[in-house]
Design a protein around this ligand. Structure first.
Ligand code: SF4
Ligand code: SF4
Length: 395
């Protein structure tokens, strides 16, 4: 079995979701990160899963229940109290949570007493003096009550940030529709990624274990195709983990026009951690140290058409010209005939540019900020991201 360990990063091949295999590998991860020294009997241990929406585990949208089960088992073995929590897209209330837990396969295990399910839908304002995009953020109360936080993301592609992993998973601690407000306030991808980093810093998980046994490629994070990476990845430093996975996805250690790793590197450089920046920046992410067996797993992966044009245009053009050119080259949401008019996208569109006409969703592209929440949250895979011809030619 292949393993990769360096500093605060760990990757272990995990062929499938078999109970015994997961148990062994999660045990190894707990041992590597000395979790037994950090969890005391009676501690409330939060398992922050990816519960974007209630979906069958075979669709690879949410953290697989078998991974949650194995993690909960290890927490219990240490005397801790595992609690599963997340705030899915849309309204954050007990009825919505119940449905999402049920559809994603968590209810049965919770019913057997393997872990608790969070039904606290309260929120509070977390303060972050060092925040770049704010000093105070509305967060779910379940974060506050945890003695130890385990971040359990799913490795998936993402139309806005290229991929959703360790950092992006923590945006789920922003309550339901409040997320749309943050998208609206920060329509520029660079600002949004800095916001993600602020929130990640505020939550500061003790350990991250990424479910990449089966992840997603193509139109992630909800409408893509399941892809077997046959991996569990773990880290005590979520930024290092996301730099590693971004590198593996792109096969390019320069991170050029890849907004999340760019934001991470900028933060390293601004914080004066020149040693870290020198190590990771300018294409230095230890390419030679990443073993072949790991890079092979990401070969020929289908990536989404992320809005790289917006990144470039943000830098280079005056506003009036930008408006004209972006209309011609930026990827845009397209609503297909699979739409059943449920209105979920309309409710969650930050600038409210979606309307319903004859039972079908329509978008007013002029005000669209290309956050792709509509594509992310559509339960019927009725939203596609289309890259206009000019965009395909130039970007
Ligand atoms: S696009 Fe999807 S979310 Fe929006 S109304 Fe149609 S089916 Fe519902
Ligand atoms: S239409 Fe979709 S991509 Fe555009 S702003 Fe609304 S949710 Fe975001």
């Amino acid at each position: 079995m292949h393993q990769y360990l360096r500093d605060k990063l760990y990757a272990v091949e995990t062929e499938n979701y078999g109970e015994q295999l997961l148990k062994e590998n999660i045990k190894k991860i707990f041992a590597e990160f000395k979790v037994d020294e950090k969890i005391s009997p009676g501690d409330r241990v939060l398992m922050k899963v990816n519960l974007l929406m209630g979906k069958d585990p075979s669709r690879a949208v949410c953290t697989h229940p078998a991974v949650v089960r194995a993690v909960a088992g290890e927490i219990k073995a240490l005397g801790g109290r595992p609690v599963l929590a997340d705030s899915p897209g849309g309204p954050f209330n007990q009825a919505a949570l119940k449905l999402a837990y049920n559809r994603s396969g968590y209810t049965e295990d919770a019913g057997k007493g393997l872990y608790e399910l969070n039904y606290n839908t309260g929120s509070f304002y977390g303060k972050l003096e060092s925040g770049r995009r704010g000093k105070s953020f509305e967060l779910c109360s379940f974060i506050r009550k945890a003695d130890f936080i385990i971040n359990l993301p799913k490795l998936k592609t993402h139309g806005l940030t290229l991929y959703t992993g360790a950092v992006k998973n923590l945006f789920g601690v922003v309550p339901g529709t409040v997320k749309a407000g943050y998208h609206f306030k920060m329509p520029k991808i660079r600002d949004f990624c800095q916001l993600l980093l602020d929130i990640a810093e505020l939550v500061d998980p003790d350990l991250t274990i990424m479910d990449a046994v089966t992840g997603m490629e193509g139109s992630g994070p909800s409408s893509g195709t399941p892809r077997d990476f046959k991996l569990l990845l773990a880290a005590s430093d979520i930024l290092e983990l996301d730099l590693l996975v971004s590198w593996l996805l792109r096969g390019d250690p320069s991170y050029r026009n890849d907004p999340l790793p760019e934001a991470i590197l900028r933060r390293y450089s601004q914080s004066g951690e020149s040693e870290s920046y020198g190590r990771y920046g300018e294409g230095n992410f230890l390419k030679e140290e990443i073993p072949d067996w790991l890079t092979r797993k990401f070969r020929e992966i289908k990536l989404p058409d992320i809005d790289r044009t917006a990144n470039l245009l943000d830098k280079r053009m005056p506003d009036f010209l930008k408006r004209i050119v972006t209309r011609l080259v930026r990827p845009r949401p397209v609503f297909t005939s699979a739409c059943i008019g449920c209105g979920i996208c309309k409710k969650n569109c930050p600038p409210q540019v979606i309307s319903m006409e004859q039972g079908q969703a329509r978008v007013e592209l002029e005000g669209c900020i290309r956050c792709f929440c509509c594509q992310e949250l559509c339960p019927h895979m009725a939203v596609e991201i289309e890259n206009p011809l000019l965009g395909r030619l130039f970007f």
